[in-house]
Design a protein around this ligand. Sequence first.
Ligand SMILES: [Zn+2]
Ligand SMILES: [Zn+2]
Length: 308
Amino acid sequence: MAADEGSQGSAIGTALLALGDRWNLLILQRAFVLHTRRFGDWRDQLGLSESTLAARLKEMVAAGLFERVPYDDNGRSRDEYRMTPRALELWNLLLAIWGWEQTALAAVEDAPVLMHDVCGGALNPVLGCGVCGTAGITARDTRAERGAQAEFARISVPRLHRRAQEPSGPIDPMSYYPETMAILGDRWSTAILAAAFLGIRRFNAFKAELGIAQSILSDRLRRFVAEGVLHEPDEAGEYRLTSKGMAFFPVYAVLVDWAQRWYGGDAADELTISHVACGNRLQPVLLCSECGGQLTRKSVHFDLRGSA
Ligand SMILES: [Zn+2]
Ligand SMILES: [Zn+2]
């Protein structure tokens, strides 16, 4: 593992190191939805190799997402992995991802339905401002500011895993969409999209901000255009987010908020997203599209329709 992992990076860089991997996201998702805690259960549910699973769990323990707790397995002591409070807060990130998939991407047959136990409705999560209560916050309702010393290059992260060597992950209705994995399953892609939400539009500006190799940047921008997340560059050479890319904003807002709270330290290093209308720092909350109530981890559940 690279020596510069963790505390030296920006809060978002550190969060991406913990989360920006397709397997890490799937491991967390199974922990939330199926309450998976044991090594063999993840291995069987996800069909990944034991060495990959062991490496990912080790990373996630180091990042403070899981803690190992011993249990008795017919006289043998084994460890299970319990989500920490830091990881438990990620339920709204998973909900925001699910919401993006349902609203911006093509529907998948037998996709799980998200139920709000308070109103009984099948819902889509709506981003709200936790301070003033406004519902339906979009990127255009916000302003992002970087602290004086927030070197955006520090979002960049070592490439710990090579994409080409990894299997694509399980294909079932619970899995993330390929478009989701193309963004969140790849740390460079997430960093590029984060930069786009900060208003960065030109190839050289992305390159300078992210300290990213030209070939990787070209490849990721090409993919974003192919997937309809970014428009083709205009005559000024600017890449702009499409409506599908803009619809990713709730995921980004929730991720930035979580990263700052759990991995942030130095205020000068912060990235602040404000809600322009009320002037406060955006505290992202997810609201029920049916009753408007604020969603909590325990007030929602996925109806898997027997698919899992
Ligand atoms: Zn507000
Ligand atoms: Zn509701």
